[in-house]
Design a protein around this ligand. Structure first.
Ligand code: SD4
Length: 321
């Protein structure tokens, strides 16, 4: 299980896919300069990472790169846990959560948002154009409408079909490696070593109406401290919320842990508290030098790392097989 990595060919990337010679679990948090710029994201987001990297390479800011990459994931109707085509709650409503953080430590977030295609962009507007960090529900939608975001039906044939199928039995037992994954948490570092991050999701499928997970909560689904590093989470949000996981990962890096060690320690914090049976949580992290790492509760979590020379999907080490 340990040190397992898989390299999956990207059809969407012009760059050749090659194995990089470092291992997430053995990277050291040293001053070694990694290849800049770099994008890392939860799950298989090759094309979204590439969009983010291209944005950076065109001269845009690291925050623009994050917004661009995540907007691409939100637009992808085949991704059943982000944006358009996201799986609904148990009443059939698609409700979206997202947050964003920049290099200056500013943060913006929206939660329990309906009918808005790009929650990440709205989170950025909250961060940049309001005195607040977080808007939720009808208020978030009202703000989106006021600043010109269109109201849209985000359901698709696929998401409606999946919901109709689920309603036949209405059993709520989230299986995150199987039906609820693809939530995008993305971290980026630019040529100057500046970090930014974002996270966007439709949340756990068939949740209670009004349920909000970790993804829009600063410190839970995402945390960026430009002096030390950044982290983002995926999986069963309740476990991440109870341990303020992404803040914990960054704090552990601040205390000297490598990204991989910090992700592992944050997962072990969940294990120590118990009540994690049959649930998944995965963390990815990047330090100020661009070193990266990941760890998950259960095997099956993978993440995507993209530089100018490589784009690879990596299997995270895990506590349970
Ligand atoms: C949530 N953390 O709403 C999200 C779900 C997720 O991949 O990450 N799915 O709890």
């Amino acid at each position: 299980m340990h040190n397992r990595r898989s390299f999956i060919k990207s059809t969407g990337l012009a760059t050749a896919i090659t194995a990089i010679g470092c291992n997430a679990s053995t990277q050291k948090n040293t001053s070694k300069i990694q290849e800049y710029p770099k994008i890392i994201s939860t799950w298989k987001h090759l094309e979204d990472n590439k969009a983010a990297l291209d944005e950076l390479l065109s001269g845009s800011s690291v925050l623009d790169a994050i917004e661009t990459g995540i907007r691409m994931a939100e637009n992808n109707a085949e991704d059943l846990s982000v944006g358009v085509g996201g799986l609904p709650d148990r009443d059939g409503n698609i409700t979206l959560d997202a947050c964003i953080m920049d290099s200056a430590g500013k943060a913006g977030s929206v939660s329990f948002l309906q009918g808005i295609r790009h929650p990440i962009s709205l989170a950025r507007k909250v961060m940049e154009n309001t005195p607040h960090v977080m808007l939720t529900g009808a208020g978030a939608q009202q703000y989106a409408r006021e600043i010109g975001f269109p109201l849209e039906d985000l359901s698709t044939v696929e998401s409606n079909k999946a919901f109709a199928e689920w309603k036949k039995k209405s059993i709520y037992k989230p299986k995150i490696n199987i039906e609820n994954h693809d939530t995008v948490g993305m971290l980026a570092i630019d040529n100057n070593g500046n970090l930014a991050g974002g996270c966007s999701t439709s949340g756990v499928a068939y949740k209670m109406h009004g349920r909000v997970g970790d993804s829009p909560i600063i410190g839970a689904g995402l945390f960026v401290d430009n002096d030390y590093g950044a982290a983002t989470a995926t999986g069963m949000g309740e476990l991440v919320l109870r341990t303020l996981g992404s803040f914990l990962v960054v704090e552990l890096m601040r205390q000297g842990a490598t990204p991989a060690e910090a992700c592992k320690d944050a997962v072990m914090r969940i294990v120590d508290k118990g009540n994690y049976q049959d649930l998944q949580v995965g963390y990815v992290a990047m330090d100020k030098q661009g070193n990266t790492g990941a760890y998950s509760l259960v095997s099956g979590f993978n993440y995507t790392e993209t530089t100018k020379s490589d784009s690879v999907i990596l299997d995270a080490d895990s506590y349970l097989d």
